[in-house]
Design a protein around this ligand. Structure first.
Ligand code: CDP
Ligand code: MG
Length: 739
């Protein structure tokens, strides 16, 4: 990424504003004094005929958006806000969703700190990638610049910024990653931590980090923004920071509950949406569901049944729009499209139905929503340190979240919220607040990043809510087993390398180890395929054909090598989009895997990891890839017990092969990528491994004396004994022999 300091464009900006000679220069702009601007001065800049950032004349679209921006609640408090930032290093800002926090406050900071003159950027963090992209897009329009130029975004595996960028929206995880190489965040003059109420793991760590940075960098400003009112905790945490409250502008929302619990919330949500469409006055509908598959399914059903409704009951046309994190940007923009016009003049009005994950809860505002359907669930991270399982689980939301969701119905006029659960359940079953993510996450990756940041004393890290000691211990243990930390919990050279990869430590370890087995090229491809949403499509109406298509790629050793087969075939085909379509593969995911692979390859090259392949005809071609897999995931192994079920090793959890696995023959030993918690426990993306590899590759972990008794343990014990005997007789086999 380019450094803002060697940006010739900025020098130009500086010149043109100081001598005011360039044509069309924004005069008001050249009069701003960094860190001392007033609301009136900023508004004068915005009202000029020419853009102070680009020198170009403002478009008419700019002017029409500007009028709307002036109406936002935060704009009324612009002077109050500037006074607070001028006099304080930390400011806490609380405001109702839609009041203009995310889109406006960063712009006020741009005009106040003049990054284009001063050479330091403004960053605004978002917990969700969709929000970062979508808001950056909107703000680039508001500032009348091209997205990716003066205003950009940065999310994992996608950097849409340039040397001209002065305002950057990024995920909290990306900023944290940046801090690893630039501990003082010296490229920034202000950091805005948005959606702080979400209490994501990364935001919690960033908040703690900002406190440390602020002590050393008196020039940096930090604004913490939140949509809920429990601001006291934030104020206190940030050295009694002042609070700015932006009063909301909302209309009353009537809340309805179901009289009986719903057995199938997806079905209930669809029925409710269509009922609203058939019977309620004009106004768009927002449905909260939990994830991509569910949302796509709901959209399909809504569209089919909606068509029928329109035909039979003469209802208005429908625009049905999904929203989830992996949707490509042009599809995301559709949530802002207008509801369709009536089919005939004066006919029944059209309606937009947005089916979204909880990104629409507080991160994105969609104007025009009048009806909200809330089934009461979202996908949440859960972590059980005892069995080292982290999983995304569809779980009941909190009362605070339910209130936020209802609020989305009253943005533009009075609305209605349909909760698909009983009132009793709302009062008795939902918890008050969602627990901060730090209390329910595997901390392996974050601990590694902190180590890289030089934070060694993790126990005494100044966190808003301290993490549980057991969870922290598990993280240190994982990193130690991976060889990322030495006995004194210091980063090892491998640990440094692992932390350079923007992926889970195990996955990074797998890539690094692949060099020992001569197969980094293949393992990079597998790692990339594991980093994208599911590539296999399985539409309800064509499941058999989809399964047949998948079977063509199946590798007898398991799902990882099947993914490799898919990737290789994709790279070899001539018309990738058509080819994907014909083979029931998600083109988007494969394209993205290709780009991720390239990024991982660059990190690997930077770490001096040789990029090599074994000879395809070698009998070790595939086994070596699986050895590398084992080197990363030896802690995620399951053994087939005599009863026909798998038990995870060391934790003795009963698990089933996920039905999506190509492994029908149930090999005795498997390594898995993911533990899926549903009513049953599944392991997903699974490959066969050899038990002797476990002892060979991770002897420190497979110290059998610490294992609870089970068949797997007995098999390994026998093997270890035999190895010891053979080992006495034969010279020891080392890994390099197998290359
Ligand atoms: O962050 P906060 O929830 O306070 O509000 P925001 O995201 O800054 O949005 C402020 C307003 O900008 C919204 O109420 C919308 O009217 C408008 N907006 C829009 O029209 N289109 C977008 N893509 C984003 C925001
Ligand atoms: Mg916001």
């Amino acid at each position: 990424m380019a450094d803002i300091n060697d940006n010739p464009y900025l020098a130009h900006m500086h010149d043109s504003s100081s001598n005011g000679s360039s044509t069309g220069a924004n005069k008001a702009f050249s009069q701003l004094v960094p860190g001392q601007t007033t609301a009136a001065q900023q508004e004068a800049v915005e009202d000029s005929s020419h853009n102070g950032l680009t020198g170009a004349a403002y478009s008419s679209r700019y002017k029409s958006i500007l009028a709307k921006r002036r109406d936002l609640p935060v704009n009324k408090q612009r002077q109050g806000f500037l006074d607070l930032v001028h006099n304080n290093q930390f400011v806490v800002l609380v405001g109702e969703t839609g009041s203009g926090k995310t889109t406006q406050i960063p712009q006020y900071m741009v005009y106040d700190l003049l990054p284009q003159v001063e050479g330091k950027m403004i960053a605004c963090t978002q917990p969700r990638r969709v929000a970062a992209m979508s808001v950056a897009q909107r703000v680039s329009e508001e500032m009348d610049v091209k997205l990716g130029q003066e205003v950009g975004y940065s999310i994992r595996f996608e950097d849409c910024t340039s040397s001209k960028t002065v305002l950057k929206y990024c995920t909290d995880g990306m900023l944290l990653r940046e801090a690893m190489s630039d501990n003082m965040l010296s490229r920034y003059s202000a950091i805005i931590l948005d959606e702080a109420h979400e209490r994501t793991l990364n935001t919690d760590i960033l908040m703690s980090l900002m406190k440390t940075i602020a002590l050393k960098r008196k020039d940096i400003k930090i604004v913490v923004m939140s949509a809920t009112l429990d601001s006291e905790k934030f104020q206190k945490y940030f050295y009694d920071a002042p609070l700015l409250t932006v009063p909301g502008r909302t209309f009353p929302v009537e809340v309805y509950y179901t009289p009986e619990p719903e057995r199938d919330y997806l079905e209930a949500a669809i029925k409710t949406a269509l009922q609203i469409h058939a019977t309620e006055p004009e106004g768009d509908i927002l449905v909260f569901l939990t994830g991509e598959e569910e949302i796509e399914e709901a959209c399909r059903l809504l569209s089919a049944r909606g068509d029928e409704l329109i035909r039979r009951a003469n209802c208005g046309p429908l625009l049905i729009v999904p929203l989830y994190s992996t949707l490509p940007p042009n599809m995301q923009q559709r949530i802002f499209h207008k509801a369709p016009e009536p089919r005939t003049p004066g006919g029944a009005p059209g309606r937009k139905i947005v089916v979204s994950t909880n990104v629409a809860e507080t991160s994105l505002t969609i104007d025009g929503i009048v009806y909200v359907i809330d089934p009461g669930f979202s996908k949440q991270k859960v972590y059980n340190p005892r069995v080292r399982v982290e999983s995304l689980l569809v779980s009941p939301i909190s009362r605070a979240a339910a209130q936020q969701r209802a609020g989305r119905a009253g943005r533009t006029r009075p609305g209605k919220c349909f909760r698909l659960y009983t009132e009793k359940s709302y009062n008795n079953d939902l918890i008050e607040q969602t627990y901060p993510e730090i209390l329910r996450s595997n901390l392996g990756s974050i601990v590694l990043q902190l180590k890289k940041l030089g934070v060694n004393d993790l126990v005494h890290l100044d966190l808003m809510d301290p993490c549980a000691p057991e969870v922290l211990m598990r993280a240190l243990e994982l990193l130690h087993y991976l060889g990322a930390l030495d006995d004194d919990a210091n980063l090892t050279p491998i640990g440094h390398m692992i932390s350079d990869f923007p992926i889970d430590p195990q996955l990074a370890k797998m890539i690094i180890s692949a060099a020992d087995y001569g197969c980094t090229n293949e393992v990079l491809s597998i790692a990339a395929m594991l980093s994208v949403p599911n590539v296999f499509l399985r539409p309800r109406e064509a499941q058999r054909r989809a399964d047949q298509a998948k079977a063509e790629f199946a590798h007898m050793d398991g799902d990882h090598l099947t993914l490799l087969n898919v990737y290789h075939a994709y790279k070899g085909c001539t018309q990738p989009d058509k080819w994907c379509w014909d083979n029931y593969l998600q083109y988007r995911s494969l394209k993205s895997a290709d780009s991720i692979r390239e990024q991982l390859r660059r990190v690997a090259a930077k770490c001096d990891i040789p990029l090599v392949s074994n000879n395809f005809s070698s009998p070790d071609y595939y086994p070596n890839i699986r050895r590398a897999l084992t080197a990363g995931y030896f802690m995620q192994v399951a053994h087939l017990e005599r009863g026909g079920q798998y038990l995870t090793i060391k934790d003795n959890q009963l698990v089933l092969l996920h039905p999506s696995s190509v492994l029908e023959r149930k090999p005795e030993w498997v390594v898995y990528n993911e533990f899926v918690l549903t009513k049953r426990h599944y392991i997903r993306t699974v490959s066969e491994v050899r038990p002797e590899w476990l002892l060979e590759i991770a002897p420190h972990y497979y110290d059998l004396s610490s294992f609870p008794p089970c068949e797997g343990k007995r098999v390994l014990e026998k093997l270890a004994l035999r190895n010891a005997v053979v080992g006495d007789k034969k010279p020891k086999k080392d890994r390099s022999e197998k290359k």
